[in-house]
Ligand binder design. Structure first.
Ligand SMILES: Nc1nc2c(ncn2[C@@H]2O[C@H](COP(=O)(O)OP(=O)(O)OP(=O)(O)O)[C@@H](O)[C@H]2O)c(=O)[nH]1
Ligand SMILES: [Mg+2]
Length: 305
């Protein structure tokens, strides 16, 4: 290696690296935003609220910075059960460890659930107000007064309207975030996109398909566990179980002549193959296991922190 090559491959002393917490009420597009920022789908998304149930890291490394995003569950304000308390604890612990916070709202909508999250934001950490889904606001002139109304509630470091879905102004958002990252060498490898295992991501992908393909109520009373994850060369063999509360729910997941389960299975396998970059053999079973979400021990057993 020549001297100049050695120098250019070293990490410059001005390299920035930091943690960026993504918080907001359920369904504002936090996970979609993180995936689009890093250019890979590591966090699952759906039209239903309460899709994200774990803290999930998404990493992007550029020449001079490493952005370590931390996607969080939407902050729950409706019911106080063990699952929701666990989800909310994930949000508050993530906030205390962040160098920068992205506080996400839906452009044009601000309610009590959004206010509750503002009240959690630590005073000393720089916060960027992100107005997502701005593609839905037909008259862009309405964005300004809305931004002012929300920005008056706290001292924000910046206000950026974006559309995660259409990748609108994500570069501008990233430039703003970069300003607040501390000077640090990278924590993760330059090709890393998450700190989660393939086994964890496989379970999440199956859960996303349950959220997307099965009717309203079911997703909230079900979870997914990976019973076996084997790698043979390039092939991954995944044995997953969808845990539901009642027999009735089991029938909903399986569908008429197994059609629903087949759809879940096919779509999940395609996503896994895309993310893992190789063929996947996927087998899914549906099991009745009531009460898993009602107590803290049950939650810990299924990977909830
Ligand atoms: N029109 C539009 N829809 C979006 C945008 N970003 C996200 N969505 C949609 O909003 C819905 C919720 O997105 P998620 O990324 O799952 O939202 P979330 O905030 O992570 O939700 P929870 O994890 O449940 O708190 C999905 O249907 C997304 O496709 C956007 O910029 N524009
Ligand atoms: Mg989410």
């Amino acid at each position: 290696m020549t001297e100049s090559a050695a120098q250019s491959s070293a990490v410059p002393s001005s390299f920035r690296c930091g943690y960026i917490a993504i918080v907001g009420r359920p369904n504002v597009g936090k996970s979609t935003l993180m995936n689009e920022l890093i250019g890979a789908k590591v966090s699952i998304t759906s039209r239903k609220a309460q899709t994200t149930r774990h803290r999930i890291t998404g990493i992007q490394t550029t020449d001079d910075a490493q952005f370590v995003y931390v996607d969080t569950p939407g902050f729950q304000t409706r019911h106080s059960n063990a699952l929701n308390r666990t989800l909310n604890r994930t949000v508050t612990t993530t906030l205390t460890a962040a160098d920068v916070i992205l506080y996400v709202v839906e452009a044009g909508t601000f309610g009590p659930a959004d206010q509750q999250v503002i009240d959690l934001l630590p005073a000393k950490v720089p916060c960027i107000l992100v107005l997502n889904k701005s593609d839905r606001v037909k008259d862009k002139a309405e964005l300004m007064p809305f931004a002012q109304q929300v920005a008056a509630k706290r001292d924000f470091a910046a206000v950026v309207p974006v559309s995660a879905k259409q990748r609108f102004q994500l570069g501008i958002l990233q430039d703003e975030i970069r300003k607040y990252l501390p000077e640090n060498p990278p924590v993760f490898g330059e090709d890393d996109i998450t700190d989660r295992s393939e086994k964890f991501l496989a379970a999440e992908i199956v859960r996303e398909k349950v959220f997307r393909f099965v009717g309203e109520e079911l997703p909230y009373t079900s979870t997914v566990v990976i019973e076996q994850f084997l790698q043979e060369g390039n092939l991954r063999r995944v044995f997953a179980a969808i845990l539901v509360e009642r027999d009735m729910h089991k029938a909903m997941v399986i569908g008429a002549r197994g059609a629903k389960l087949k759809e879940i299975s096919t779509q999940a396998r395609l996503d896994m193959e895309r993310l893992f970059g190789g063929p996947v053999y996927l087998e899914i079973w549906v099991k009745v296991k009531s009460g898993w979400a009602d107590n803290e021990a049950g939650l810990r057993a299924y990977g909830y922190e």
